[in-house]
Design a binder for this molecule. Sequence first.
Ligand SMILES: [Zn+2]
Ligand SMILES: [Zn+2]
Length: 240
Amino acid sequence: MIRLRLEEVIDGIYRVKVGMSYCFILDKPDGLYLLDGGFERSGKTVIRAVKEIRRDVDKELKAVVVSHHHVDHTAGLWKIEQQFNVPIYAHSRDVPVILRETNPPPGEGFLGRLFVWFLKLSRYHPPRTVLIADSQSFPFSVIHLPGHTDGHVALYDLDTKTLLCADLLTIGKNVLKLPPRFFNQSISIHLRSLRQLKVMIETGKLVIQNVIPSHGKGLLRDADRYFLEKIEELLERQGR
Ligand SMILES: [Zn+2]
Ligand SMILES: [Zn+2]
């Protein structure tokens, strides 16, 4: 059996490695919440991780929130749904793609058109039901930050002031980067989301101390000012 790479990265936030990305489990007073389901083969790993945490905290898995429709975040969902009989939520713009009522749209440029073939050819079994997360209330905020996909969301946990930013940004050696261009449905909308996040921080609407992307081993702790400066730098480099 593959070694389970599960760690509590921030108080009550667990991260489990699934192939090239991470899924997250939030331990909240009313139960556990899962962000994303990984690739098809990752479904079992996520199930093991949830069971492992449940042994310690004795709470049920209440809901799954999906950050966006890409297969590395969604293909494992059907196994998780089957195992725990748990509701799955995603932003309304991505729900039809997750259910494969519509085909995954391409990313930007030539490579983006190749990327869509990768999405189409990947092993994928849609979950039975995906509910709309937009107006649903959770013990954390679901922030719509489109661009990477139309329905891309991040989770913000007020208790720990942590942003699980999904594929808005990636991280390597504690340096934040934009995801490769061709993975994004629209880089200009993606940058607009980054600007929107910047305004939310500047106006004090969001106080972010920790930032944890779904790709890349690192995470930012006590990021505060640094995170804002980094967003400004990324936007400047893109000339916007
Ligand atoms: Zn993605
Ligand atoms: Zn991803």
